[in-house]
Write a protein that binds this ligand. Structure first.
Ligand code: FAD
Ligand code: NAI
Length: 462
């Protein structure tokens, strides 16, 4: 029996960041993780491995398509998928080991095993019972299932299987044109698969700015991805080596099939609370199966908090991390805070897509008067030099006050550029504030400044 100020269940980005912050604030802290390695979905089977494969496959694309244009001659590289997976695993190992080191450095106790809340202020792991004044549930999420589709992680895979395929499939069918489907679909497309994405809605990446969705889909089509839109997948039948996907076109009501060597099911994720004992201790859940919390991440049971994918909000690592820090500060008696209006979203394809704040569709629905400042990367010298002139920056600002309300980008390093806007929004900045800030030349960031100028008297290089 060990007594703690805080026990955090789950060692993903929510849990491990929360644990480190608790320890930094002087709280005696333990973090329980069942998968045998720290880092959660994000480091082991999510953000980090997918970004490693995106980087590797984008490098191949550069070698195949742009090297000779720059006078870099010679045979373009071929794909050794085994070696690529070794590289990916090395990246995972380096990152997860780093967290263990951080735990030691910050004196966070790392308890290996599956935790169950066995009573108020009590967590059981195997035969061991630990007590704590505060318990934080940070158990994350898992892929959601689809009726009529049985996942075997060989032919019908979730993102986890898709991140470890032993060979590049000839035909990959992706169910769902969300973030996972498009990131991993574009990885295998660049590695040589014929990729078809089957999407229920008429638009890819639901919830994103409509203009970005259209331009992004056009770009992916140009890269070779095929789309079947407005199609509800009914079932997937498999043989030992192949699959047949049956879908219904929603408008026509007709059924059709498509053959595949591998099918990736990417239709969303659901909160993971199995074996935690939440119903026994009376923790309230939402009707979507998430842990219900108040504005301070506390559940209806005093002393039990929850953060990350397991609660409401976008399922993003940085949202989980921010909540991890904020809940630690709250438990320590400080004013933990997360600004849910300024959480960026990034899709790490090439070109990248990034957004923060309101979309045009949301502003129209709210009836808010706004103006649009847009700038195409084709007018940006750095982007043109790097064969990265596709896409644009779009800033949405209040029509009267010029305050920035949102930003939507598709283009080179969009996932980095978006943070200039995040900081600006945190400070309540206007588009003019950005346009009057000196931006180094030649940088992609100049495109952000030009979009801000376009909210006023006009961009210079448009
Ligand atoms: P998790 O990371 O899921 O961690 C929860 C941990 O809790 C797990 O390790 C689990 O084993 C452990 N656990 C569960 N129950 C127990 C228990 N009872 N006892 C002990 N341990 C337990 N987000 C981004 O922001 N950027 C990206 O680029 C990105 N890419 C992604 C790519 C893929 C393929 C996937 C699947 C997800 C991606 N995400 C990305 C989402 C991101 O991974 C999640 O939002 C993030 O990991 C959530 O963090 P978390 O701490 O809430 O949960
Ligand atoms: P998602 O919610 O982004 O997309 C799922 C898609 O599947 C939707 O477009 C939906 O309309 C479609 N769909 C649902 N049922 C269907 C059916 N029967 N037939 C055809 N299409 C169907 O979910 P996804 O891509 O699985 O990602 C899960 C979570 O992981 C996301 O919430 C995301 O935030 C996170 N993630 C984030 C990344 C990033 O930040 N770069 C990368 C990968 C994942």
């Amino acid at each position: 029996m060990a007594n703690y100020d805080v026990i955090i269940i789950g060692g993903g980005p929510g849990g491990y960041v929360g644990a480190i912050r608790c320890a930094q604030l002087g709280l005696k802290t333990a973090c329980i993780e069942g998968r045998g390695v720290l880092g959660g979905t994000c480091l082991n089977v999510g953000c980090i491995p997918s970004k490693a494969l995106l980087h590797a496959s984008h490098s191949l694309h550069e070698a195949q398509h742009n090297f000779t244009k720059m006078g870099l001659m010679g045979k373009s590289p071929s794909v050794d998928i085994g070696k690529m997976m070794d590289y990916k695993q090395g990246v995972i190992n380096g990152n997860t080991a780093g967290i263990e080191f951080l735990f030691k450095k910050n004196k966070v106790d790392y308890i290996q095993g599956w935790g169950k809340i066995s009573g108020k202020g009590e967590v059981t792991v195997g035969d061991e019972v630990y007590t704590a004044k505060n318990i934080v549930i940070a158990t994350g999420s898992e892929p959601s299932s689809l009726p009529g589709v049985e996942v075997d992680e060989k032919i019908v895979v979730t993102s986890t299987g898709a991140l470890s395929l032993p060979k590049v499939p000839k035909r990959l069918v992706v169910i769902g044109a969300g973030v996972i489907g498009l990131e991993l679909g574009s990885v295998y497309s660049r590695l040589g698969s014929e990729v078809t994405v089957v999407e229920f809605l008429d638009q890819i990446t639901p919830g994103m700015d409509g203009e970005i969705c259209k331009t992004f889909q056009r770009s992916l089509k140009k890269q070779g991805l095929k789309f079947i839109m407005g199609a509800a997948v009914q079932k997937v039948e498999t043989t030992k080596t192949k699959a047949k996907v049956t879908y219904q076109l929603r408008k026509k009501g007709t059924e059709a099939t498509i053959d595949a060597d591998v099918v990736l099911v990417a239709t969303g994720r659901k909160p993971f609370t199995d074996g935690l004992g939440l119903s026994e201790i009376g923790v309230e859940m939402t009707d979507r199966g998430k842990v219900q919390t108040d504005a301070h991440w506390q559940t209806n049971v005093e002393g039990i908090f929850a953060i990350g994918d397991v609660i409401a909000g976008p399922m993003l690592a940085h949202k989980a991390e921010d909540e991890g820090m904020a809940v630690a500060e709250t438990i320590a008696g400080q004013a933990g805070h997360v600004n849910y209006d300024v959480i960026p979203g990034v899709i790490y394809t090439a070109p990248e897509v990034a957004s923060v704040g309101k979309t045009e569709e949301q502003l129209k629905e709210e009836g808010r008067a706004y103006k649009v400042g847009k700038f195409n990367f084709m007018g940006n010298g750095r982007a043109k030099a790097n064969f990265a002139g596709e896409g644009f920056v779009k800033i949405l600002a209040d029509a009267t006050t010029d305050r920035i309300l949102g930003c939507h980008l598709m283009g080179p390093a969009a996932g980095e550029l978006i943070h200039e806007i995040c900081v600006a929004m945190e400070f309540g900045a206007s588009a003019e504030d950005i346009s009057r800030t000196c931006h180094a030349h030649p940088t992609y960031s100049e495109a952000v400044r030009e979009a801000a100028l376009a909210c006023g008297d006009g961009a210079i290089h448009a």
